[in-house]
Design a protein around this ligand. Sequence first.
Ligand code: M6R
Length: 619
Amino acid sequence: MCGIVGFVGHRQAAPILLEGLSKLEYRGYDSAGLAVRDGEKNAEVVKAKGRLSFLYDKTDGGKALVGSCGIGHTRWATHGEPSVTNAHPHVSGNCRASGSGEVESEVVGVHNGIIENYQELKDKLLKHGYRFYSQTDTEVVIKLVDYYYKKYRIGPIDAIAKTMVRVRGSYALELMFKDHPGEIWVARKDSPMIIGINDGESYIASDVPAILKYTRDVYYIGNLEFAKVVPGAVTFYNLDGDEVKKDTTHIEWDAESAEKAGYEHFMIKEIHEQPKAVKDTLSSIFQEDGIKISLPSSFLSSLSQIYIVACGSAWHVGLKAQYTIEDLCGVNVRVEMASEFRYRNLPLAKDSLVIIISQSGETADSLAALRKAKEKGVRTLAVVNVVGSSIAREADDTLYTLAGPEISVATTKAYSAQLVALDSFAIKLALAKGTITEEKAKELIDELFSIPAKIERILEDKGRIQWFASKFSNIHDAFFVGRGLDYAIAMEGSLKLKEVSYIHSEAYAAGELKHGTISLIDQGTLVIGILTQDDLYEKTISNLVECKSRGAYIMGLTSCGKYSTEDSADFSVYVPRIDQHFIGSLAVVPLQLLGYYMSVSRGLDVDKPRNLAKSVTVE
Ligand code: M6R
């Protein structure tokens, strides 16, 4: 969602801030702004609605804003429409009509997250003479800091601590105080923010790619902590205003992996990075001296129930893992959407495990679900891609996927890395439960390690999918159907198509179609059948024939050898053979390519689809 950057050092801040914001564009935004200070002078604020390039033009690439201390923001509207007035930074005084210019205000700031009690706070501030120029909750929190700062004539430490105690919701806040030049103050609750130090300068960001170019050693600000950032140093505080000592974490990701490297879009680049993401993830789990999943076998052997909780594509990974775990380990698995789980009073057995899957490790609903599980005293395992993220830090155990930075809003390589991480977990659990032998485990692990080369083979033949996509790019609807594990893959294929191509699409368990949805099948409707499971193949073929006889155009996606698919399908796609439990890792690739090429054929913004954000840090 929104992006935050900050810089305080010896160079001009604005070009660095703009560059940092450009690395966060993928998160989704509708307006952007900067506030920069030159020594003791007041902050200069510039904002623009729309693309970051407008802000770039307005500031001459940052050159027009002089000063070596500044903050920047890309906004994804929650409270108030996308506009210059509602764009951040916000100020404690009055904002000019243009939203830009030098500001007299005591406090200037930017904010990610949502202040839930903003109306109540606004009413309080109105009574104390404050006036509001925007519809945002952010302006309220900036003015609240100002109120405490002035009322008690206390310094930033107490003003920020008082504000943090008073506000409800989530925030990553960056603040500059008029009387404290050369300082940026930051505060955080449930919204990510990191600080990197290098060569006597300090960088702040809501997400790693924004500062990778400058440093890979970062501090994570803890929940309900705040900090003072000056050139080359940072001091952390807890809510009592006491100093907190911290160590840096080294980020392995390199700057190049967050660049397009000659590809037209991040999405296609990341589709091509899947063999590496899968291989790196598997290699980190299966090592010479054992399976590196920190849950002890004694715990796993007595496990009676697993809840997998996640959102979006990560939830689809859970749906697929459900089939594998139940089949290999004989353990019941429930897969829950985090947004539902967090508000349900689901009785959780004490000897159960809650697995939270999240690429970003910051998804608000998944984080809340994790906390709920912990409150109920159930052990939690996080499967996360971003090192040091909130979910990774708060879970009892963490299993990292090694997909590297994923920039495209539509997930591909992180999803594939999650699939094999969960497959690996299933093997460890099956061994602990004694439902498979060591020999069988070895066989399955070898099969898992064959995935990267098989994905390469599918990618070599991507031209066919590209051709198919260009032929069908004008369609209005598509249906993805499958049974069992294929149904879980159909869900992901359908989401990929709709999110990047804006084509309405639905995924159905093939056997469920005739209970209503088949009435939508008409002449030329595209129906994509996923048919990788030997025991369900004939059943799904029958469902596809039912669609075909009502005029549907059928694409069949199956494994090499099942050539009879061509008797029923108008267009067939084959993926290499592999153990049936793992074929989803291959079948999903042509579906990712289909979504991608449909989007390209329709001339859309593939990496930044409308209305979407990479990391959904609000409810
Ligand atoms: O960061 P997370 O894995 O927790 O994100 C969950 C979903 O928002 C995410 O998987 C989303 O559905 C994908 N970007 C879709 O491609």
